[in-house]
Design a protein around this ligand. Structure first.
Ligand SMILES: [Zn+2]
Length: 317
């Protein structure tokens, strides 16, 4: 049986192999019922390391994939209800991904709270990462690996159901084709007007072809329908925000449900943010279709597109 201690040990076993010069972090995602245990360190995707380099920012994003996110995009079975172990307290961006991937329990090595690295960043952990976990209904524990004891940090009531204003939309298709892709894009354009959205054609666990559409939205558990909360959610804290961009939502939703992206059928109505583009590469996706190549949330995303396109790390059409 995989216990949180075994899964944490699997992460600790590889943490020193992280290519990051300072902050070496590792994570494991495991599920007893689905029968998987996957571990990764934080790292640079091979194509970014080779063709762009580890010292260059992609737009305004680092070229690294965090350990937690790397695990979540490397599991072919559904991650919904699974557990995650991590050597260090998780950042807000990973918190959003973990929430969207449907993770139920997070275990943090207690020693991670004592590192200088964490002491410098503990503000974001309390004000964002833990808030995101709580709203999404994720239990959080610290693990003491020496005494094999579990210290609860956050326990969510069993019957808690997070709010979801803007769930991912599904449309079943007879098959994946350029024509079906184009008509899914046209339908979403009509519905979402000039709002940013993304579409992925996937094969689900039953072998059916589905068109999935996601809009940029507050992370699961936050509502945009109450004005006070929407204002709170829209306000970024330093480089982080409570908004989950549509490509990130789709990538994590694919993990949640065990869907497989059908090669070549990923669309975004505008240029994704720098972080979304790095995550696309981290998820081993090589091609994306963009609606409006002049439009982006910020100029960094446009710069990231030029870097990744020039280096032929990602194909844009
Ligand atoms: Zn992170």
């Amino acid at each position: 049986m995989t216990t949180p201690f075994k899964a944490m040990q699997a992460a600790l076993d590889i943490v020193h192999s992280s290519p990051h010069p300072k902050n070496k972090i590792a994570a494991s995602v495991f599920s007893e019922s689905e029968g998987f245990l996957v571990s990764h360190t934080n790292h640079w995707p091979t194509t970014i390391a080779l063709y762009i380099g580890m010292d260059t920012k992609i737009g305004n994003s680092s070229g690294t994939i965090h350990a937690e996110t790397a695990c979540l995009t490397d599991i072919s079975k559904p991650t919904e209800g699974a557990s995650l172990c991590v050597t260090d307290p998780f950042c807000p961006n990973c918190a959003k991904n973990i929430a969207e991937a449907g993770i139920k329990n997070i275990y943090i090595d207690e020693r991670g709270f004592k590192k200088d690295f964490f002491k410098r960043r503990s503000g974001h952990f309390e004000s964002m990462s833990m808030q995101i976990a709580e709203r999404a209904g994720i239990n959080v524990y610290a693990l003491n690996m020496e005494t094999e004891s579990t210290i609860p940090i956050l326990e969510v009531p069993e019957d808690y159901v997070p709010t979801e204003d803007s769930p991912i939309e599904y449309q079943e298709l007879p098959q994946a084709s350029e024509a079906a892709f184009t008509s899914a894009i046209e339908a979403a354009e009509k519905k979402h007007k000039r709002r940013k959205f993304a579409i992925a054609l996937v094969e689900d666990m039953n072998g059916k072809t589905q068109a999935l559409t996601a809009r940029a939205h507050a992370v699961i558990g936050y509502t945009m329908q109450k004005p006070d909360e929407a204002i709170e959610v829209m306000r970024p804290i330093d480089k982080y925000s409570f908004i989950q961009e549509p490509i990130n939502r789709l990538i994590m939703h694919l993990s949640r449900k065990g869907h497989t992206l059908i090669d070549g059928f990923l669309y975004c109505s505008q240029v994704p943010t720098s972080r979304e583009q790095v995550n696309i590469i981290g998820a081993d996706i090589h091609r994306i279709t963009i609606g409006n190549t002049q439009r982006c949330r910020d100029p960094h995303g446009l710069r990231a597109m030029k870097q990744l396109s020039d280096a032929r790390v990602l194909n844009y059409s």
